[in-house]
Design a protein around this ligand. Structure first.
Ligand code: M6R
Length: 617
């Protein structure tokens, strides 16, 4: 969850570190800090609780020396509250070495007890400081060989970690290690970088190296070396970052979330790009897997949060088009319940970041059980794709706001493409259905644009009027049900309003007791054309809640007159086939959540207690 950046080269590292941290701040924003080694070989650091702006202020009022070797950290607190003292870097060996860390060191109490017994002292409550103090001890034990000392440390640690370290006796050297937590190398000219993800250095280079599990990278201005935890050299996998720094900037938008909602049309279009050939959906990355797809008996999709909701939508399409039974599981539940998967099961993980620890662990468990694993992911070079047998990248571009928006529509699109690809191989989807779906795909970006152009303002106004609302319900049926869940999650996470999503049919089994006069209820209304029975049922559900005083806000197709007499507000979406409707229906809900958070004056990009990438279990 924390953001990590490292630099070695000829330039002043402070600016590079702070700019890198600004791009990584979405990963955590409880505190931030940097450490640099100056020209005289002395280590200096500064750290501050709060957002990066607080560190910037601190550096402006109490500058530290310039240095060309440096590390920087932005924190999402796990062990120890978000205070100045608990902020990273943590120093040891008479403040000659600095350590920053992402993850959780599970055996930190045991290690701390060992070090305390030897007379070492600690300043913070963090698990990270234990690794710093341990490194100090090992540094002396290994006669100043930093790499050997670092290997000794990482081999003692349990849990998940990315660690960056540097020592003032070794200017021009930063070491990084990773286990179940992300770390990538950026390759520059006479300078090199380390980062939690490529956003840390994309402004300087788009040439990157992915580091594998349990590997250590040593960067100097002259080059990069990667070894395993035993010190054996290993090959790191090169890749080129497909987007540039401007893609990860606000570009005049008031927030990243606003920008990313506006990019939903392109997110869908870019996911489809290159995957339709001769009137058929063909995903080139899945070449050579036909036999596997023809033979599997079941699919399990794992993910968390919004990704899990896109998986729920995907289930309908895969079952309808590929005729394979699909179970959707929250990744954190999958691993701990002895899942029944084996070689005839395909486990698909879905993740924007490709780093979500719960999802990563589920993938590892699926691999251990002999299942085939496929990652549907938006972030190149991330850990989950690297741990999977195959990957389909979404190409939605970097998503920075904590609330996932454009990735959600891209994820559904990716799952639909997969369903059609596999359906074609299994002969379960006719040429006609295939062509119809391709037509729908082609129209989607323009239809999303229509919503943004014609409904956004009205939805934001509605959100403004509802700024004092205490509770909101979201209802949907069939593919509209996961959309209701997504609408509720988005509202909770950025506007801190109590919100629940329900399957509309479930209402009468309990949740209708929540309905009281004035309660706002969003209802995702299915298309009357494709699914008339479903449509009629939802209109009945609307009448049931309206009769109890609910204020109904329907999301319905333009032209759906049946809903008009029963709704207080109707948010219009363009006509689309029933399976394609969720990709449109979610857009007003994303806009609404953002509008309401804005109306309450909240930070929509960095909501409290959250981080973009949840890299702890
Ligand atoms: O990076 P991932 O897609 O794996 O992230 C999964 C969830 O943590 C994420 O979707 C989270 O629920 C979002 N903040 C929702 O907006």
């Amino acid at each position: 969850m924390c953001g990590i950046v490292g630099y070695v080269g000829p330039r002043d590292s402070q600016d590079i570190l702070i700019a890198g941290l600004a791009r990584l701040e979405y990963r955590g924003y409880d505190s931030a800090g940097i450490a640099v080694i100056d020209g005289d070989g002395s280590l200096h650091s500064a750290k501050k609780a709060g957002k990066l702006a607080m560190l910037r202020d601190e550096l402006a009022s109490s500058p530290i020396a310039a240095g060309t070797t440096g590390i920087g950290h932005t924190r999402w607190a796990t062990h120890g509250g978000p205070t100045d003292v608990n902020a990273h870097p943590h120093l040891a060996d008479d403040d000659k070495l600095a350590v920053i860390h992402n993850g959780i060191i599970e055996n930190f109490s045991e290690l701390k007890a060992e070090l305390l017994a030897e007379g070492y002292t600690f300043r913070s409550e963090t698990d990270t400081e234990v690794s710093a103090v341990l490194l100090g001890r090992e540094y002396s034990a290994h006669d100043g060989d930093l790499a050997a000392a670092f290997r000794a440390v990482v081999n003692r640690l349990e849990g998940a970690f990315t660690l960056l370290v540097m020592h003032q006796d070794h200017p021009g050297l930063v070491l990084g290690a990773r286990r179940n937590s992300p770390l990538v190398i950026g390759l520059g000219e006479g300078e090199n970088f380390l980062g939690s993800d490529v956003a840390a250095f994309v402004e300087h280079t788009r040439n990157a190296l992915a580091i594998g599990q349990d590997q250590i990278a040593a960067i100097t201005p002259e080059g990069v070396e990667v070894t395993d935890f035993a010190g054996n050299p290993v090959e790191a996998e090169p890749f080129e970052v497909k987007w540039d720094a401007t893609a990860a900037e606000k570009g005049g938008w008031p927030s990243f979330m606003a920008k990313e909602i506006s990019e939903e049309p392109e997110a869908v279009a870019n996911t489809i790009l290159g995957r339709v050939h001769d009137g058929k959906v063909v995903i080139p990355e899945l070449d050579g897997m036909d036999e596997l797809f023809a033979g599997i008996s079941r699919i399990v999709i794992v993910g968390a949060g919004t990704a899990a909701y896109s998986a729920l939508v995907g289930k309908y399409a895969i079952e309808q088009w590929a005729r394979i039974p699909v179970d959707v599981e929250l990744a954190h539940e999958f691993r701990y319940r002895d899942p029944l998967v084996g070689p005839d099961v395909l486990v698909i993980s879905i993740s924007q970041s490709g780093e979500t620890m719960d999802t990563l662990m589920a993938v590892k468990e699926a691999n251990r059980l002999g299942a085939k694993t496929l990652s549907i992911c938006n972030t190149q070079g991330a850990t989950i794709p690297r741990e999977s047998d195959a990957v389909v990248y979404l190409h939605a571009g970097p998503e920075v706001a904590v609330a996932s928006t454009k990735a959600f529509v891209a994820q559904i699109t990716g799952l639909y493409l997969f369903a059609l690809h596999v359906g074609r191989i299994r002969g379960t989807v006719s040429a006609e259905v295939q062509s119809e779906a391709i037509r729908e795909f082609a129209d989607l970006p323009e239809k999303i644009r229509w919503i943004l152009e014609n409904e956004q303002e009205r939805i934001e106004q509605l959100a403004h009027w509802m700024a004092d609302t205490r509770s909101v319900l979201f209802l949907g049926r069939h593919v509209g049900y996961p959309i209701a869940l997504e609408g509720a999650l988005k509202l909770k996470e950025i506007s801190y309003i109590h919100a629940e999503g329900f399957a509309a049919g479930e209402l009468k089994h309990g949740p209708i007791a929540l309905v009281e006069p004035g309660l706002p209820v969003f209802v995702v209304v299915p298309s009357p054309s494709g699914a008339p029975t479903l449509h009629a049922k939802v209109v009945s559900n609307i009448q049931e809640i309206r009769a109890r005083g609910a204020r109904v806000i329907a999301i319905a197709e333009a032209g759906d007159a049946a809903v008009l007499p029963h709704a207080d507000e109707v948010l219009r979406i363009p006509l689309a086939g029933p399976l394609f409707e969720p990709i449109l229906a979610v857009v007003p809900l994303h806009i609404f959540a953002m509008g309401l958070a804005n109306a309450k004056g909240l930070d929509v990009d960095q909501p409290r207690n959250l981080a973009k990438s949840v890299t702890v279990e």
